[in-house]
Design a protein around this ligand. Structure first.
Ligand code: ADP
Ligand code: ZN
Length: 209
């Protein structure tokens, strides 16, 4: 089973992605994580990506599509994969159609009023990627799951978040229509409730595929 996870920044894609990949035995492929790893390691792709991710803009399509196309040829993808953060515009979606067969697109709908505070207050574990909100940490600086150090993503600041939401609305949201027309969209509604509640809805839909 090959899936796409769609949703605005802050909709909770990362958390759902971990849960979906675990339950259905899929490889989790996050283009955001790939770019962050490249930036951290100072690779040529990282040097190029940094100027875009810092501004909340999309890394050029050719670069991004090449990375994903290559990643999908790895042996582990044979068991099925979950794309998180890709595709992000129509160009990428059409490119993906030329090298992948997608079975379902989980679309997390969420009230955008929730997102600014969620993203600006987000802290992420360096080790396992789990995310938290500062308001629930009571000053703790380590991950409850693995003890890893929590950090704030460089793009989780008000200006960059605003840019990311604009990019989402202008370029990524139209993909909901694209995949609805293909008949493979699976809509769920994100809320302030814990991620487990949302995952129950996701499971109900994916168990039918
Ligand atoms: P978000 O929380 O905004 O969904 P991601 O971790 O998915 O964040 O992505 C972070 C940044 O990485 C994006 O703002 C963008 O600059 C870059 N990026 C990630 N995926 C893509 C993509 N498919 N195409 C272009 N740029 C991407
Ligand atoms: Zn952790």
């Amino acid at each position: 089973m090959n899936l796409i996870l769609l949703g605005a920044p802050g909709a909770g894609k990362g958390t759902q992605a971990t849960k979906i990949a675990e339950r259905y035995g899929l490889v989790h492929i996050s283009t955001g994580d790939i770019f962050r790893a490249n930036i951290k390691n100072g690779t040529p792709i990282g040097k190029l990506a940094k100027s875009y991710t810092d501004r909340g803009e999309l890394v050029p399509d050719e670069v991004t599509c090449d990375i994903v196309k290559d990643r999908l040829t790895w042996e582990d993808c044979k068991k099925g994969y979950l794309l998180d953060g890709f595709p992000r515009n129509l160009f990428q979606a059409e490119a993906l159609d030329t090298f992948a067969k997608i079975d379902g697109v989980v679309n997390i709908n969420i009230d955008q009023a929730l997102l600014l505070d969620r993203l600006c207050g987000r802290r992420v574990c360096r080790e396992c990627g789990e995310s938290y909100h500062v308001s629930t940490l009571g000053g703790r600086t380590t991950c409850a799951r693995c003890g890893g150090e929590l950090y704030q993503r460089k793009d989780d600041n008000p200006e960059t978040v605003a840019a990311r939401l604009e990019v989402y609305n202008a370029q990524t949201a139209p993909l909901i229509d694209y995949y609805t027309k293909k008949g493979i969209i699976l809509n769920v509604t994100g809320t302030e409730a814990p991620a487990d509640v949302l995952f129950e809805d996701v499971k109900k839909l994916l168990d039918l595929l």
